[in-house]
Design a protein around this ligand. Sequence first.
Ligand code: BTN
Length: 322
Amino acid sequence: MSNTWRAVLDILADGDWVSGPAIGAQLGISRTAVWKHLKQLQEWGVPIEKVKGQGYRIDEGIELLSQPIILKAMSSKSALLLEELELLDHIDSTNTFARQQVERSFAKGYVCMAERQTQGRGRLGRQWVSPFGRNIYLSATWDFDNGVTALEGLSLAVGVAVCGAIQRLGVEDVSLKWPNDILVNGRKVGGILLEMLGDPVGLCQVVVGVGINFAMPKDAEIDQPWADLGHYENLTRNSLAAGILSELLPLLSTYADVGFQYYRRAWEGFDAHRGIKVRLSTPGRVVEGVARGVSDTGAICLEIDGVQRFFSGGEISLRSLE
Ligand code: BTN
């Protein structure tokens, strides 16, 4: 059987203990084959526990992505804007994959999600930790007429959309760290990576990548305080994916008309650092000042020695000094 690993996973999905021979008997495969699939799943990041005498289990179970569940839970408006939803088991990066779709067909409203990324990418050239079946790795494509100008502030607006979706699903204390880190209780729960293709002054396409930690393994190697959302009541990976798409696709379809100024106040409502002393690091220099919100184009405003100065660009990182 192809995808036997998926059948093994289905048996373990409810979180109950099951013995190796019982898995083998259900699937008509040898114990060695069962063991190989379990080992493979563990290597992909699935937290399978083994206890002598009890067998195997995935503590708290696992929920794989489901197209019918996501489509059913999306708002009708967003469903109309969705051209295609492709669910992938493994991919290097959903952003890279979506980019290839755009290059082939100028896709608009194309969305892909993956169970696992082998080369998930974050901002500033960082790796994005992407174990199997645990989190949300999603990329959506759209096209715009006026190149870079039309996209100004878009990554911040996407942050507003994702925060709104998470909040509507019942999570409190959601905030944004400029430009678009998503925080819950002050810890990073997700991030956004925008990539542009096409003509920088004319017709261009954008790939919007969103990564949200849902059930990150506790021992994940992440070099900053992080959080995940899996323990919130009634929140599932599929409902989270549907919630994000319900906000994101309508935003992409209207952004060229309204621009970031439409989202600015909402962004500032989520701002985790407003009125707080911060340090901005760029490849060339470091500046410190009090964060005073953002401009109509999404630049961050810092008050330095009583003077307000604006900073923008993809290479800047921000740290709180309080
Ligand atoms: C950040 O560094 O904060 C941005 C993280 C963006 C991660 C997402 S996961 C889906 C998409 N595919 C990637 O390789 N990266 C983005």
